[in-house]
Design a protein around this ligand. Sequence first.
Ligand SMILES: Nc1ncnc2c1ncn2[C@@H]1O[C@H](COP(=O)(O)OP(=O)(O)OP(=O)(O)O)[C@@H](O)[C@H]1O
Ligand SMILES: O=P(O)(O)OC[C@H]1O[C@H](OP(=O)(O)OP(=O)(O)O)[C@H](O)[C@@H]1O
Length: 302
Amino acid sequence: MNLETLDSRLLFAIPKKGRLHEKCLQLLSGADIQFRKSHRLDVCLVMNLPIALIFLPAADIPSFVGNGNVDIGITGHDVVLEAGMQNKITEVQRLGFGKCALQIQVPEHGSIQSVEQLVGKRIVTSFEVLSGEYFGKLDDQLQLTGDQRTKIQYVGGSVEVACALGLADGIVDLVESGETMRAAGLRAISTVLETEAVLIKSNTLSRADHTPLIDLVASRIAGVVAAEKYVVCSYNISREALPLAIQITPGRRAPTISPLEQEGWVAVNAMVLKKDSARVMDELVKTGAQDILIFNLDNCRV
Ligand SMILES: Nc1ncnc2c1ncn2[C@@H]1O[C@H](COP(=O)(O)OP(=O)(O)OP(=O)(O)O)[C@@H](O)[C@H]1O
Ligand SMILES: O=P(O)(O)OC[C@H]1O[C@H](OP(=O)(O)OP(=O)(O)O)[C@H](O)[C@@H]1O
């Protein structure tokens, strides 16, 4: 590939591996961003839009975007804060996946069972900036100085074994299902931060102004994210019961109501949050609604 061809393109950073990678590929496919990635090369040209995808470790994406080397990217909100890039990038939208929490954990049956007891002791983490800020504030409140202050040690992975190895009194690590934490005999005593994957754009205008293309990509991605989150609920109901049913399915703006060829009956279509769909159907049945159908969305613009 001639790398000069990158100059005129919007550069879009995608996690090259790890927890966010697969979901990002699904998002790109849903947004019809077409590419063919060769095995070893981490840069590839999009075939149907003037975009180049740059595959990078998730943790490096905030600084590439923040420093304006890349225009937009997908990474974790946690990673943006850990890189200290929150003022150099804009979080355009939350993406609804990669949800987890950065939590303070201690041995389940140990002597330390609160954050206050952990202050001044040894912490191991991959998030030394966020952990340093968190415990730094507590150290300051207690006016701890020098060796009295909480000691934060960085490790690149497998943080959960640090307590068992005698390296730490507590750890700060991401928790999704909690399986890793429980398997390591740990329990969470506090949450530093809730996180999910975000679409970010650079606040540094060091490259060409790609605003219209960024808006197009953001709007397509928003459509895919909304399509994941919502279903369409369709049902028939008598006009008398309609006011009650509308309260159950108010839709995003308003439900679509069409007359039926049967006197006194209407058909209703409304977007409903996927996670609420079973409860909504239960409640609709109670109002006398019939022929209740739920449709998944492939894509949408909202
Ligand atoms: N269960 C989870 N554990 C860790 N990170 C998660 C989880 N779920 C979502 N994430 C998000 O994914 C981001 C990158 O995580 P991950 O550790 O997979 O990347 P990586 O370090 O590039 O990959 P690897 O761990 O394979 O080296 C995290 O910062 C977080 O925002
Ligand atoms: O709550 P859970 O669903 O168990 O997920 C959380 C675990 O996943 C991450 O590690 P990862 O598997 O990415 O490997 P790592 O230890 O190399 O970071 C994270 O650091 C936790 O250890």
